[in-house]
Design a protein around this ligand. Structure first.
Ligand code: URA
Length: 441
């Protein structure tokens, strides 16, 4: 079968097919096939009649001036309409993503250039991507056949969570590649990298709602299920939807106020309460930040006693805060305790292997004597624990009969105070946030 030379009619039909919606001119048909124009006109007429007379054919041959293209018969429009009515169900297959990636990085670009890079025909994929609203045409190239130029749309940016094309990840190979050296994988991999990055940045809708203070996660799920929530203008009722920074979430007509996550490290002074507000009107750690102009609704991660000083993390990233406080992750914390009495090796050992606190043994810890003051009968001890039980350090020293006089927290996980004076705070650096996320995964 494969050895049979295509008929002249088949050649013309093939060229019409791959020219897609743009069509092809009589001149180009002649240039490509080497046939004289009158011969081509004859073949076109034969094709036209064949389509018209065959009820099993879906096609018609249309022309505008000397540009010819194939289209579907008018009678098929109800079926075709359904195809266009279900754009959102068109999955982004590997082929579609590859075409999309090529357009994203090389736009404005013609179909033939895309075909060249991929080595296969792309008109079907282009059509589907246009139906999905991710691509559009933007004028025509001033060249024979005046082919359409394809570009990405704003929906493309929204879909990939980008504010501009400049935010696309760089291509793996930046050398001066000419078109012949390129293949779709180069572009596909870069766009997939963005997809992965975005997947990591996206958060579940109910979590975003809970963090914005709409309702608890469970209550937010109910709001979604009952059709109260819109994402980018569309009501969503199914669970599991994820949204990024660029998605607009509206609950009962009210846009969600979403704050970017912020992370602060405070050197907590004495006589300040670790909470967001205090019924007795005492100064809180959040007041300290507010007094200096921090406007986000931050909360302390864990707590330090009223009279304890030292490192304290404050954030509006509820998810990270919960994880850091979860016993499963056991973030390491180092305290310097000034205690009554002279600490001996046995005391240090007891602290290390575990003492009974509220009927339960504490977990393994590290302890080291820093100094003793025999005149005042006090000791300075460094204690590193992984738990975060209420009054844990004070209760541990009580258990060995050396009550705490003064307590200071020096480190929290990978973080230390880094020269912050009491009452001073700073924003965490990006890599510090990353580290916290990593240790609590
Ligand atoms: N353990 C305590 O007893 N107090 C603190 O403030 C922190 C840990």
């Amino acid at each position: 079968m494969n050895n049979i030379e295509p008929t002249n009619l088949a050649k013309i039909e093939g060229l019409l097919f791959i020219s897609g919606d743009e069509g092809i001119t009589l001149g180009d048909l002649s240039k490509i096939t080497g046939f004289m124009k009158p011969a081509i006109l004859g073949l076109l007429q034969r094709l036209k009649t064949r389509y018209e007379n065959d009820p099993n054919s879906a096609l018609v041959l249309l022309n505008s001036g000397d540009t010819y293209r194939l289209a579907t018969k008018h009678e098929l429009s109800p079926v075709i309409k359904h195809y266009f009515e279900v754009p959102l169900t068109i999955p982004l297959t590997r082929a579609l993503l590859e075409v999309l990636a090529i357009v994203a990085y090389r736009q404005p670009i013609t179909r033939l250039e895309i075909d060249d890079i991929r080595g296969v025909q792309s008109s079907g994929s282009l059509q589907k991507l246009m139906v999905r609203g991710l691509l559009d045409t933007h004028g025509r190239l001033d060249a024979p056949g005046r082919p359409f130029l394809y570009v990405t749309t704003d929906s493309f940016l929204d879909y990939f969570g980008l504010s501009s094309l400049k935010e696309l990840p760089p291509l793996a190979k930046q050398e001066d590649l000419d078109l012949d050296d390129m293949n779709g994988d180069l572009f596909l991999e870069a766009l997939q990298a963005r997809q992965k990055q975005q997947e990591e940045e996206m958060e579940r809708l109910q979590k975003v709602m809970a963090e914005a203070g709409v309702a608890s996660r469970r209550a937010s799920e109910k709001l979604i299920a009952n059709g109260h929530v819109q994402v980018n203008g569309k009501t969503v009722t199914e669970m599991g939807i994820k949204v990024g920074d660029h998605d607009e979430v509206v609950v009962d007509g009210v846009p969600l106020h979403r704050e970017a996550h912020v992370y602060y490290l405070l050197n907590k002074p004495r006589a300040v309460i670790t909470s967001a507000h205090d019924d007795k009107g005492r100064r809180t750690v959040v007041d300290i930040l507010k007094e200096e102009g921090v406007e986000e609704r931050v909360y302390p991660v864990g707590r330090l006693d009223y009279d304890t000083t030292g490192i304290l993390l404050l954030t509006n990233d509820g998810e990270l805060a919960n994880r850091l406080m979860h016993p499963k992750f056991e973030v390491e914390k180092t305290y310097i305790a000034k205690v009554r009495g002279i600490i001996n090796n046995n005391d240090l050992k007891q602290l290390r292997i575990g003492v009974e606190v509220n009927g339960r043994l504490t977990k393994k810890a590290k302890s080291r004597l820093i100094e003793t003051d025999h005149k005042k009968q006090t000791s300075l001890v460094k204690l590193t624990i992984h738990e975060g039980r209420y009054h844990q350090v004070k209760l541990m020293f009580d258990a060995i009969h050396h009550p705490v006089i003064k307590l200071h927290r020096e480190t929290y996980g990978p973080l230390d105070l880094h020269g912050l004076q009491y009452g001073e705070f700073r924003e965490l650096k990006q890599d510090e946030v990353k580290l916290l996320k990593k240790i609590s995964k």
